[in-house]
Design a protein around this ligand. Structure first.
Ligand code: OGA
Ligand code: NI
Length: 408
């Protein structure tokens, strides 16, 4: 009997999985992304977008109002030594406790930021036939699609994105869509320049020589994802961006005025409110590792919203797209007898290979999630509160461990 049961169970899993695959494929083949669904006037989201509920609550739901992600003003750091020391101190504190901060007076003009947001909107608002030409899952200098991990994640998200690399190999204007090519190149170049300053401040915050982090290659690679989050008819059931930490040295993010970005801090979701003219900076896994866990690569997510579209552009400092043979590990100058290395040394390609393998293992849960959805029906993806049922999807989902951690 047990054998019969396990065979039919396998059979059912297979059916569920192939139905899901078919739906994903049909969605992908429209080449119009989530915006295409919204433009077609859907009022219920397809079940491939359903997410499991989250295990953490919003700080605001718990009545905590005094948590705020630090804002750092860079205006006078070049003229005033004591001001620079204060800024380094704030960057240090923010990187140690939050892994996130916002910067103002960073040197990139408001007009450039607004034009960048506008450029992303212009790309998505183009005629469908023109836009489809850019839709691809192949490695090209400009990649537009919905959910780059469509076929490899257990739950897809309510957004469309385009990818563009800048360093070490920049695209030519001809590689990019005419509606946003010049602003995209201009903006990315300015972020690359800003990166040098940020890594100086972060080096100083670690007590190192100001050029330390750039000297070991932290500004060698820069790539960007521009996101477009359409308004969602059932925002409670899905996510704009699921909970994750960035796999890079740092990320510089520009968001528009809609909001929805949240940072996981002390097991609570803290809103990262839009601030006109500001850029969000967050520590990624590589910097957490080479700082030997002094700096935190915090998990974050973006809620789906009934208001939209929301637009953002995330710039990742990492050579992931053009791997180098450089070896990284906890910075020797930071280690001591009391603070031994928490990680083994690795090359970026090794790290990413390991990370992708973990993500592949996590995909097994796509089947389980679909089965549970069949039994229990859709549940709110925002938090556990108010679901009133005993079963936790969250527990079924594997989160890739930061690889190369030494077992102390
Ligand atoms: C990311 C990210 C946040 C946003 O792309 O890694 O976290 O606001 N984006 O779009
Ligand atoms: Ni991120």
């Amino acid at each position: 009997l047990m054998e019969v049961n396990s065979v039919s169970k396998k059979e059912e899993n297979f059916m569920v999985e192939s139905e899901r695959e078919k739906e994903l494929k049909a969605f992908d083949e429209t080449k119009l992304g989530v915006k295409g669904l919204v433009d077609a006037g859907i009022t219920k989201i397809p079940r491939i977008f359903y997410h499991p509920p989250d295990t953490f609550n919003r700080a605001s739901d718990l009545g905590h109002k005094d948590y705020a992600i630090p804002i750092v003003d860079l205006a006078r750091i070049h003229e005033d030594h004591s001001e620079r020391r204060r800024v380094v101190e704030r960057v240090k504190e923010a990187s140690e406790t939050w892994g996130f901060f916002q910067i103002v007076n960073h040197g990139i003009q408001l007009l450039t930021l607004e034009e960048m947001i506008d450029g992303i909107l212009r790309f998505h608002d183009q005629d469908s036939e023109v836009k489809k030409e850019f839709y691809t899952r192949d490695l090209r200098p400009f990649i537009y699609n919905s959910n780059y991990n469509l076929y490899t994640t257990y739950a897809i998200t309510w957004k469309d994105s385009f990818f563009c690399n800048l360093a070490p190999k920049a695209p030519t204007p001809e590689d990019l869509p005419p509606v946003c090519r010049y602003i995209l190149l201009e903006y990315l170049n300015q972020v690359l320049k800003l990166g040098t300053l940020l890594f100086e401040l972060l080096s100083e915050a670690l007590g190192l020589h100001p050029t330390y982090l750039t000297d070991i290659g932290c500004t060698e690679g820069l790539f960007s994802f521009s996101h477009y989050y359409p308004a969602c008819p059932e925002p409670e059931l899905t996510m704009g961006t699921r909970k994750h930490a960035d796999v890079d040295f740092i990320t510089v993010l520009l968001q528009d005025r809609i909001g929805g970005l949240q940072v996981l801090h002390q097991d609570m979701w803290i809103d990262l409110p839009p601030l006109p003219g500001a850029l969000v900076v967050n520590i990624g896994d590589f910097l957490q590792i080479i700082s030997n866990d002094k700096f935190k690569s915090a998990q974050h997510r973006v809620l789906a919203n009934s208001i939209g579209p929301r637009v953002s552009i995330a710039c990742f400092f990492s050579t992931g797209r053009h791997p180098t043979s450089r070896i990284y590990g906890p910075i020797k100058e930071l280690l001591s007898e009391d603070n031994p290395a928490k990680y083994r040394e690795f090359s970026i390609p090794d790290f990413l290979a390991h990370y992708r393998k973990c993500l592949g293992d996590a995909y097994v849960n796509a089947t389980w999630m679909t089965i549970f959805l069949k039994i229990l029906g859709p549940r709110t993806a925002r938090s556990e509160t108010g679901t009133g049922r005993g079963c936790t999807f969250g527990a079924l989902i594997l989160h890739p461990e930061r690889p190369f951690r030494v077992q102390n």
